[in-house]
Design a binder for this molecule. Structure first.
Ligand SMILES: Nc1ncnc2c1ncn2[C@@H]1O[C@H](COP(=O)(O)OP(=O)(O)OP(=O)(O)O)[C@@H](O)[C@H]1O
Length: 680
């Protein structure tokens, strides 16, 4: 805010300059003074904050003129009190808000009610929790319009003059205090959820109709202070001296408080005088305060003027922390709830009465209906009874008539009886036919059922038979497999035996004597180091070749891996013999015989098998086409065996034969060289 300067001339040469929020002269209009000094405070009060307007200054400098002029003759002369009330009344909502005033004067540390002067020692009560100051003993008048307020001010002013006359003093010797309490309902806040801090600091949350309305309470205090001139200056003595001391006490207490507030001192000595106790919640701290300091132009009062200005300067430094005071209007809520309760009770009574009436009405209606139903039932019953009675009478009558008629014509009666009898017979016959037909149909159905049952049984039996046959078939198949296997074994044995027989025969023919069983081995022995074809490869081999064809080479080779040691022995012998034939040598290797033979040579525990396997390999090695493969798969095995002392001599002989047959192969020679150097 831009500050205004006040220049105070000390003498013709010197002057002092002071800064204020506003500097107004005696020519400033009352309207302007109100707008500058009080209007912001009044607006603040309407928003819910406490506000104070105080006038401080030497006697006769215009404090009362500024604050309290009623302006009845001239509206332009109205002072701050009247104008403030005008604004307040214009702003409140009469249905929900209220304004009340108390008018007091503080004289010689006594508070007197200006609206009820008899009440001249009103106690100040301070709420220990909130710090709010109140005067429960003071008259509080609710103000509804401007006129009633002006009337109140006039009454107060009259009492002030009268009291001062009685005390033989002037108005300027007391402090006049107008207290305006404003109570407003808060509008525009959410109706659904309002949460504010209660007095105990707890957060209160109210919902729906149980939520009390929120009201804001604020207070405007307008204080017309007594003249601030010094005692010596006023030349007071006696009672006037006491009076001056009292004024001085309160004003200096006010000054001390303002100083403490200006310096942000933790302690503000409000308890030093009633004036400061009364104004505790109206200046500094939580209220918005406007201080008017009034000075006169006379150089004679320069000292007073300077001290007034200094008072104003110190007050300028006070910073206020205005506080909004909101609280729940529990009384109003209580009233509202009472009204609600009354309404609910009335509604409840009304409902109950309606319910009782309704029950009574329904009961009466039900009784009526029951009576009506009973009556109708009775009538219906009576009618039925009469009807049956009549029918009974009619039947009797008809029977009587029939009886009479029958009695009159017995012949006709006999005729009728005969006719009736023939009808009965006919019907009886028909019934018999029908019975028979039905019986035959039933029999047929029964037959069919029996047949179905029979067929079902047959089906079940057939299914079981099929299952049984399948099982038998499986058994047969497995037996066939076993037999085939056995046949294979037998055939190989037969082959072996016939080969042995051939060999024996040949030996006998040649006169070699027994010992050479295998033609392959025989030829091996004779051909070691030779690649010439054998002479006895034709003629005597015919039965072996035949058997071999019959059994199949693959089958014979597969017997080399048989689980049975005997079968393996026979099989390896047969293979060795077949290997002696040039025509078989390549076929045996192609069919995987070489691999099986090498396996037997390496790992069989039966020395005969190993020996014969070595012989068979020797025979296979006679074929040049086989040599590379034999050398690749078994070359190392054969050579290693020649180096082992553990080998059977006969087996070694066969191995040597194989090596001899392989010696024509260049790669094998290389292998031999390696062995020579001990690298194998
Ligand atoms: N601005 C003004 N224009 C015209 N006259 C004024 C003005 N201010 C004060 N006066 C006059 O000066 C006189 C003294 O004023 P007022 O009574 O208001 O002083 P005061 O400070 O209240 O004195 P006291 O402390 O004795 O009550 C009155 O006659 C008043 O009409």
């Amino acid at each position: 805010m831009k500050l205004k300067r006040l220049k105070l001339r000390k003498n013709n040469w010197e002057s002092e300059t002071y800064e204020f929020d506003e500097v107004l002269t005696e020519f400033s209009s009352q309207k302007r003074v109100y707008e500058v000094v009080a209007k912001p405070v009044v607006e603040s009060v309407m928003e819910g904050y406490n506000g104070t307007v105080m006038a401080y200054g030497q006697t006769g400098t215009g404090k009362t003129f500024t604050l309290g002029r009623l302006g009845e003759e001239d509206t332009a002369a109205r002072g701050i009190m009247v104008r403030a009330m005008e604004d307040i009344l214009a702003d409140i909502a009469p249905e929900t808000d209220s304004v009340s005033v108390s008018y007091l004067q503080l004289y010689m540390e006594m508070i007197q009610d200006l609206l009820d002067p008899v009440n001249d020692n009103i106690a100040i009560v301070e709420d220990p929790r909130t710090g709010d100051v109140s005067l429960p003993g003071a008259t509080v008048v609710e103000v509804r319009d401007q006129k009633s307020f002006v009337d109140l001010l006039r009454v107060g002013e009259a009492h002030r003059v009268a009291a001062n006359t009685k005390l033989n003093t002037e108005s300027s010797r007391s402090h006049a205090i107008l207290m305006v309490n404003v109570r407003r309902s808060v509008k525009g806040r959410s109706e659904m959820d309002v949460s504010i801090s209660g007095e105990n600091g707890h957060s209160l949350s109210m919902m729906g109709s149980l939520r009390p309305p929120i009201i804001r309470k604020s207070k405007l205090v307008v204080v017309d202070l007594a003249g601030s001139e010094r005692i010596d200056k006023s030349g007071s003595e006696g009672h006037t001296l006491e009076e001056a001391k009292s004024i001085n006490l309160s004003l200096s207490a006010l000054g001390k408080c303002i100083n403490a507030l200006a310096e942000n001192s933790p302690h503000v000595p409000v308890r030093d005088s009633k004036l400061t106790r009364l104004l505790k919640d109206s200046f500094g701290g939580t209220a918005r305060t406007s201080l008017v300091v009034t000075i006169g132009p006379s150089p004679r009062h320069r000292g007073e003027t300077t001290s007034t200005i200094m008072f104003g300067q110190r007050a300028m430094k006070v910073e206020n922390m205005v506080k909004l005071k909101e609280e729940f209007d529990y009384k109003s809520l209580c009233r509202r709830l009472d009204i609600e309760l009354d309404k609910l009770i009335a509604e409840n009574e009304r409902q109950r009465k309606y319910f009782d009436d309704e029950v009574e009405r329904m009961r009466a209606e039900a009784q009526c209906r029951i009576a009506e139903a009973e009556r109708e039932c009775k009538i219906t019953l009576e009618n039925e009874k009469m009807k049956y009675h009549q029918e009974y009478l009619d039947s009797i009558k008809v029977l009587e008539e029939k009886w009479k008629t029958h009695q009159k014509s017995p012949k006709r009666q006999i005729k009728e009886a005969e006719s009736t009898s023939s009808d009965i017979r006919e019907a009886h016959n028909l019934l018999q036919d029908e019975k028979m037909l039905r019986q035959s149909a039933e029999d047929e159905a029964s037959d069919l059922m029996n047949q179905i049952t029979h067929w079902k049984k047959l089906e079940a039996t057939a299914t079981a038979e099929v299952v049984k046959l399948r099982k038998m078939l499986d058994t047969e198949a497995s037996q066939k497999e076993k037999l085939e296997e056995e046949i294979g074994v037998l055939r190989s044995q037969l082959l072996q035996m016939s080969m042995e027989a051939d060999e024996t025969r040949r030996s006998l023919d040649k006169g070699d004597g027994p010992g050479k069983i295998f033609p392959g081995l025989d030829s091996l022995a004779s051909q070691t180091g030779s690649s010439q074809p054998r002479e006895h490869s034709n003629g005597p081999k015919q039965p072996i070749a035949k058997l071999s064809e019959q059994v199949g080479l693959q089958k014979i080779l597969s017997l080399l891996e048989s689980e049975e040691p005997d079968v393996r022995v026979h099989a390896v012998k047969v293979v060795a013999n077949l290997a002696a034939e040039e025509a078989n040598q390549e076929k045996i290797v192609e069919a995987g015989g070489l691999t099986s033979l090498l396996v037997l040579l390496r790992s069989s525990e039966d020395e005969t098998i190993r020996r014969v396997a070595a012989g068979a390999i020797a025979n296979l090695a006679m074929n040049e086409t086989n040599q590379d493969l034999i050398m690749a798969q078994g070359g190392v095995t054969l050579l290693s065996m020649t180096a082992s002392d553990a080998e059977d001599p006969q087996t070694l002989r066969m191995v040597a034969g194989a090596i001899a047959n392989l010696c024509g192969n260049g790669n094998f020679k290389f292998l031999l060289v390696i062995q020579e150097f001990g690298l194998l």
